[in-house]
Each structure stands twice: as C-alpha cells, then as structure tokens.
Design a binder for this molecule. Structure first.
Ligand code: ADP
Ligand code: MG
Length: 724
C-alpha cells in the first residue's frame, strides 16, 4: 500500500541539516555572479566601460571587445570551478531552458584547452524545434537564436556558467518572455523620462522596479510521490478536507517548522550566493504554505531572479526530502498561492516616482505618475486580466483568498480624498507664473507611513508602489510586467502629448498638467474600489460600472485579443500581430492541454484507484451483513443491519455516479479533441469537460470518508498538510 509505505518513510525521516557555512551573508552575497566587483577585477577598463554602456545605454558591443569579455568571463568561471557554459533563456513554456556546452576544445597531441569566444558569448543557435512557437517557426526551419542580455549578470549554477539571453527566430520574431519585456522596459524608460522633464531636467533614465513575493507549499516527497495527481498536474484533484486546516489561522506567521527551516536556510544561502537579495521568510495562511520575498530590483533582473529562485527552491527542497508545489491551488478549500508583483518607477536621480513628496512640485509629480498608472489600468484592464490568466490561477481568483477576476485598483481613503479634491477644485488658473505654488493637493502624512492597506484588491497602491496581487505563483513575472510597462508607457506618452498641446495653446505648465490629470481622474474612477473585493456586492457593483468579470482563462484570453491590443503592441514595436497571434495560440493550447491532462488523471485515478478500493470495502460490508443475517434472528437483523445496508447503498451510488460522470467526461473530451480552432477547443474544455471535475471529486471525496482508512490509497489532506 503506497500510502502507508510513504507515511512510514515520513515518520522515520532523520531531518537533514542545511549545509551552509557560518559567517556573514555579505561575505558570500553574489559570489556566483559576474557582478560589478568581478567585472572590475576581470575586465580591462575598456571592456568594463563597454559593458556598462551596453547595460545603461543599450550600446552594441563590437566583436573584438566581445572576445575580450568572453575570455575574462571564462577565466572567472573557471576560477570558480566551471566546466561548462550555457545560454539561459525563457522560452514560451514559461520555464527556463539551457543547453550546456563544455569549455574544452581538442588540440593537437590528444590534449584539450578551455575555450570561449566572443561569438559564443553573444549568440548561440540551440535546436529550437521543440519549443512552442505558435506556428512561427516551421520544424524544418528549426533555427532559433539566443542573444546575450548584458543587463542581467551571468551566474554559475552546477559548475555551469549561465548567460542570460533572449531567444528569437531566424526571421527575428521573439520566441521568449524576455525580448518583449526588455522592449517595454525601454519604452517606459523613454516615456517616463519625457514626463519627468516637466519636473526635473536632470532625469536621464527611469527604471521599472519589481519586488515579488513568492508563495509556495512544501510537502514530503514520499507523500508527493504517492499522489499521481500532484506528480502529473501539480495539484490534488481529489481529497476530502482535513478536519482541521486553516480555520484557526494558527499557521500564519507562526514558527517555521524545524525541518522546513533547514531547507529555507539552505536555499537562501544559495540564493544569496547568486545575488538574489532574499530578505523575508514566513509561514503563510495555509498549513505548510510559506512565502519568500527579496528586496526589489530593476524589473528585468528581478524577473530573472524569480525564475532562478523557483528553480532553486525545487532543487534544494529535494535535498531535504521535500517537494515544493508552485501551483496556484494545490489543495482545494485551503488558500492557494500567489506572487504579488510590487511595481514602481525610479529615476537615475534616485527618486521613486510613486512616492509622495512634501512640496507642491513633488506632489504633482507623484500625482502625475499615480494617475497615469490608474488611467493605464482603466484603459487596459482586460489586458492585465489576461496577463494573469492560467488554468491554475482560475481556481484562485475569486475564491475568497485572492482578488476576483475583476480588475480594479485601490488607492486608500486618503488618496481618494486627494483625487476628489483635484477633480472638484474650481477653475484652474491657466497662468501659473513662476514656481510650483498652484493648488496641488497636499498628500497627507499618514500616507507616507504607508498604513492604508487593502488586501483584497487585485491592484493596490501601497504607499510608494503598486502591488499587483492577482499574479499566480507559478508563472514568470514577465507575463504581468510586460503589459504593465507597456500600458503605462503608452499612457505617459498620451499624457505628454495632451499637456504639450495645452502648453502650446499658452496654458501654463502646471495648469496644463493639473487640467489633464483632472480629466483623467473623472475618467478612471470606475476602476477605483476601496471596499471588499471578495464580496458579492462588488461583483454586482462592478457589473453596473461596466467592468469585465472574466472568470476563466479562455474568456480572459479571447476578450483581450483584439485589434486595439494588437495596435498597442505594434505601435510601440513590442510584438507584431504575428507574434501576438502565436502567443495567443500557445496560451490557449496550454490551457486546453492542462485541462485535458487533469481530466485524464481524474478519470484514471477514479477508475483505477478509488472505485476498486470502494468495491473492496463494500464487499467487506456485504460479507458482514450476510454474517449478521446468519447469526441474528430476523427482527434484530433488520434493526442492526440498517446502517450498514445504507452504507452499502451509499457506496454503490457514489461509485455509479463516478462511473457515469467519467464516461460522460471522456465523451466530451473526444468531441473537444476534434475541434481544431484553439479558442473554440479551450472554450469547449472549459464549458463541457471542466464541470465534471467537481462532480467526480464530490463523490470520490465522500467515498474517502466512508471507506476503511487502511484501504485508502492516496495520502489524505491531513497527512499532506500537517506532517512535518
Ligand atoms: P508587504 O506587502 O508584505 O506588507 P512591503 O510593503 O514591505 O511588504 O513590501 C513588499 C515588497 O515590495 C517587497 O518585496 C519589497 O521589495 C517591494 N517593494 C518595496 N518598494 C518597492 C519599489 N519601490 N518598487 C518595487 N517593489 C518595491
Ligand atoms: Mg504583499
């Protein structure tokens, strides 16, 4: 019996200790990255300056210099024990990909030398035919290129030098998540700098900052391996709730279990060596759920670091006989996992553009960026909704633990008053004269303390940044960051145009800014919501306001794929129609496949694991009833066998319902699989296959309560969630 073998294994575990050196974090922080310190040590001054220009200005690096850099990089990597190198990229699978090559090159005399040339650093040609491309790349034209991204430092993993790269097709189309992200970071920089110039001529560069918070579950690997559903789908498709789960809220911020602590210490150590500034760790709401958050960084780097961290925690967990579950909803009826994306914009002069100031000028600057972000969210709410859509996140959104599928923004009562004031103030005097002394609303002190919070909003302003709270735990942050940067950039450009028009028509600069912002406040009010986003009243109210409530992934994807969105991406040269179509198809296809796999797992487990066990137990009851009949007189028998007969009937009924539903579900799957159009197929799966999951589960979970515990094959929720 797999379940009991697994439990025995768990009970007899000798907890492993974290293998980390003593000493200060600062002693080893970033030692496995080719960071500024390493670059200064290994690069010539000329090469160092060229890399810096590539990072800060996007300059090209010439062949000769690339050779120099490659050779220094190799020397550094070999000094750290590296034997191989790889281009590390983010294909549209959502995972990271790598193909390792050894540094060695054979030379005469049966010997070899370590070699690494500039061309190998700058560009590679991995066989790309098996990555999803949405039809962009024919299999016969399998070439895809990876190209070095110098803005994210090379790092060492498993004695392999990893070089962050973009991934594009032979014909130049993006095949990854990094390429469009980098492009949007570039345009939001340009757009924000232009707007900053109204306030400060010295601003030359604006970076988007991202601080993510990663939630995850851990489960003992023996139990994980005894659950085919966890193994194949990342979530439990069956399992009755444990008598106790999170209702006492005793896990949240509680003491981290000792065994988990050892695992955390080790992955944090490895993360720090890789330069990931992991800072916070704590228990989350659900049992065996945890969170890890770093200090925020430049968005591209933060995205890479999150990808790396997801890889790292899974690997290091295994050393401690744990498996990390990054799925958005591994367990029904307990909280799922998200990944808050805290986002802001920062100037090269050190100013956080979403930080309120304490004089008129900095207040107006703050309001400018705040209101433009709200306008962007207002204009493109569906795009943001689609950005967080996935089969996993569908379980979470709107489930009383995560924001609903309605995109709204929270700014807090204080700021609401500020915006009201801005909207209501009398006629703005067009001639603002010198200085910054117009009626710019004051930002209350209380806001600076960052106290006003709303944890139910999908997109909340939290004092000096926006927190995009609806992002799923398993996906790359670039899915949320790319559209967010794009829509904010687009909005800032529109704003600049409007203000410039007014200035041309002789309106003073401040007055023009105030006037445009005021109009925006009126327009974007419909997405502002301060109440409880989890409530049914909000869903009703949102419908009245005309906001979308897109409950499933296919609905969200289809709604956001339209001419306006294509125009937006094409206007800013981020992705072409063809690239967008390809991505759209990949996302729909992924959804369909995930539901298809889950449906198969449900069918198989129900038929092979659950029904046979239920029948076995039913036979025990039948034998027992027969025995009773033999030994008891008829009257006593009738009285005493009543409950057992009822159990036999109940079990039969559940079995029969499961069998019927599985048969019907397979029938629907067969129809779905004949549909060629990816959108129709995804919708069909969502409407006609998915509903069976719940009904089959209902009966299977009832059987779990009826059948003898000793016979039950799958580790139960109380074991998965509570065993340390
Ligand atoms: P919480 O949301 O858990 O209350 P905090 O508000 O302290 O916690 O911060 C949450 C996250 O926000 C952290 O990961 C932090 O790095 C990030 N963060 C703070 N300031 C910024 C910023 N200017 N830009 C992006 N992320 C930020
Ligand atoms: Mg948070």
């Amino acid at each position: 019996m797999l379940r009991f073998q697994a439990l025995e294994k768990v009970y007899s575990r000798v907890p492993s200790k974290a293998s980390i050196p003593h000493g200060k974090i600062s002693d080893y922080f970033g030692e496995l990255t080719f960071n500024d310190v390493a670059m200064r040590e290994y690069l010539t001054r000329e090469a160092y300056n060229k890399v810096m220009n590539a990072i800060n200005k996007g300059d090209r690096i010439e062949r000769e210099i690339a050779d120099q850099i490659a050779s220094s990089l190799k020397a550094w990597a070999i000094s750290k024990g590296c034997t191989h190198y790889t281009h590390w990229f983010h294909p549209l699978t959502g995972f990271t990909a790598e193909k390792h090559d050894a540094f060695i090159n054979p030379v005469d005399g049966g010997k070899a030398i370590e070699n690494f040339r500039g061309t190998e650093l700058i560009q590679q040609e991995p066989d790309a035919s098996s990555f999803p491309s949405g039809g962009i790349r024919n299999t016969f034209e399998a070439r895809g290129y990876t190209a070095w991204d110098p803005t994210s430092p090379a790092f060492i993993l498993d004695n392999t030098l990893c070089i962050p790269t973009i991934f594009i097709s032979y014909t130049g189309e993006a095949l990854d998540f990094k390429t469009p992200l980098l492009k949007t970071l570039n345009i939001v920089d340009k757009a924000a700098v232009e707007v900053c110039k109204y306030f400060d001529k010295d601003v030359k560069k604006v970076i988007a900052t991202l601080g993510w918070e990663q939630e995850y579950f851990v489960v003992d690997s023996a139990l994980y391996n005894a659950r085919p559903d966890l193994l194949l789908t990342g979530r439990t498709v069956f399992g009755h709730s444990s008598a106790k789960d999170q209702q006492l809220s005793d896990h949240y911020f509680g003491t981290i279990p000792a065994r988990v602590m050892e695992f955390m210490k080790e992955f944090e150590f490895e993360a720090h060596r890789l330069g990931i500034p992991v800072k916070t760790r704590h228990n989350e709401v659900a049992p065996n759920q945890f969170e890890c958050a770093p200090v925020f960084e430049e968005a591209n780097l933060a995205v890479d670091h999150n990808q790396l961290l997801m890889h790292l925690i899974k690997r290091i967990a295994n050393r401690h006989d744990f498996t990390v579950l990054l799925h958005e909803k591994p367990y029904a009826k307990v909280n799922g996992s998200g990944k808050h994306n805290n986002w802001s914009l920062r100037t090269d002069t050190g100013i956080n553009l979403l930080s309120p100031g304490n004089d008129s000028k900095s207040n107006l600057r703050f309001l400018t960026f705040l209101i433009n972000t709200l306008m962007a969210v207002h204009s493109h709410a569906d795009l943001l909704r689609a950005a967080i859509a996935s089969a996993g996140n569908d379980h979470r959104l709107g489930a009383n633990e995560a924001p609903p599928a309605i995109i709204s923004a929270f700014i807090g009562t204080q700021l609401t008053k500020v915006l009201d004031h801005l909207e209501m103030q009398g006629k703005i005097n067009n001639d603002d004269g010198p200085g910054w002394n117009m009626d710019v609303p004051k930002i209350p002190e209380i806001l600076l303390d960052n106290t006003d919070r709303n944890r139910t909003s999908p997109f909340a302003f939290t004092g000096n940044k926006f927190e995009f709270r609806a992002v799923g735990s398993s996906v790359t942050c670039s899915k949320a960051m790319t559209p967010l940067n794009l829509i904010v950039a687009d909005q800032l450009m529109k704003f600049k145009n409007e203000v410039d028009q007014l200035i041309k028509s002789k309106v003073g600069k401040q007055a023009a800014i105030l006037q445009v912002l005021r109009g925006y406040v009126t327009t974007c009010k419909s997405i502002l919501f301060e109440g409880n986003s989890y409530s049914d009243e909000w869903a009703e109210e949102a419908a009245k306001r005309g906001l979308s409530n897109l409950k499933s992934t296919p609905d969200a994807l289809i709604k956001s794929f339209n001419q306006n969105v294509i125009d937006l991406y094409e206007a800013h040269d981020i992705l072409t129609r063809r690239e967008l179509e390809a991505r759209h198809e990949i996302k729909l296809d992924k959804y369909t496949k995930q539901i298809q796999i889950e449906s198969r797992v449900i069918g198989d487990l129900a038929t092979n694991h659950i029904i046979p066990v239920a029948i076995r137990y039913q036979n025990v009851l039948i034998e027992n009833v027969k025995g009773l009949k033999e030994v008891l007189d008829n009257k006593t028998f009738v009285k005493l066998s009543k409950n057992q007969l009822q159990s036999i009937k109940d079990i039969s009924e559940h079995i029969s319902e499961i069998k019927d539903d599985v048969t019907r579900m397979i029938g629907e799957r067969k129809i779905a699989n004949k549909i060629e159009d990816p959108a129709e197929s995804a919708i069909y799966y969502n409407r006609n296959v998915l509903p069976y999951f719940q009904s089959i589960r209902y009966h299977a979970d009832k059987l779990e309560l009826l059948v003898d515990d000793k016979l039950w094959p799958l580790p139960k929720y109380r074991e998965l969630l509570f065993l340390k």
